[in-house]
Design a protein around this ligand. Sequence first.
Ligand code: OGA
Ligand code: NI
Length: 348
Amino acid sequence: MEKPKFKTVQEVLAAGEGLPERYLHAPTGDGEVQPLNTAVPEMDIPAIDLSLLLSASADGREELSKLHSALSTWGVVQVMNHGITEAFLDKIYKLTKEFFELPTEEKQKCAREIGSIQGYGNDMILWDDQVLDWIDRLYITTYPEDQRQLKFWPQVPLGFRETLHEYTMMQRIVIEQFFKAMARSLELEENSFLDMYGESATMDTRFNMYPPCPRPDKVIGVKPHADGSAFTLLLPDKDVEGLQFQKDGKWYKAPVVPDTILINVGDQMEIMSNGIYKSPVHRVVTNREKERISVATFCIPGADKEIQPVDELVSEARPRLYKTVKKYVELYFKYYQQGRRPIEAALI
Ligand code: OGA
Ligand code: NI
């Protein structure tokens, strides 16, 4: 799968040899190309109170309708009252920052191996002329526990492993509640999505570091993509913006709201909801002065699970849009490599 080793962005910067060509996006030739760091408007997405979503009160119903509206237009919401304290979120940011500040040799102890997605490294090189993303990352499967590969779990900074374990357990509660809320917002039985998602579902957490970049006009942090997950929980940087979502062909920046979790729909939830909830295309732009840190958790249905639109969302007025898919993530990488949206492969 992966080609031989390449320097991480932090190593490229430390070498002080200028910006390698491999990071530069050339104009595509189709007319005017806007610099990547062109200012864009902010998206207006609601902050949803997770604790209200599952209540039968009038406020709860109001919250469900906000959720429905945001997920069917943007495919993104910010979630507050998610049960994870500010102090705990701060600890995650701090440990992430400390990990990336370690000497290269220390980080290399968790290095990604050829052919593996897990571990520490630069953007995965999946094809020959790929323009590289300006990002270093640590990618770890955190759940189910028997699938953990501890060699990728940093032993320093101290507390990293324990905190990641605790965070995983806290996220599991949020994930279950969010699935139930999405089902309720579509007037479905609470467990409709959870039953399909399954007990064997995987959680992958990706710690992202975007170092300051000398050419934010031509270099991108993460290329435009939609997530292959059911949905993704994201802790965006508290101070530095960079994440953008696309709607109707235009880019909008995600607001920075401390202590909320940003949740975006992934392709597999789009399929389960028969296209009602949108898996949005998004990207990360770079910043000349500041580094940016984010922590993304991908919620991925078990490999044995068949994912398809739930029956109640298919009708004559709303015909079934997607085939049944299994092991969607494998399909995802095949399409991604060809620069295509993997969800195309699932369309009927
Ligand atoms: C991703 C992603 C956004 C961010 O990891 O899939 O879109 O803000 N990350 O880092
Ligand atoms: Ni993403």
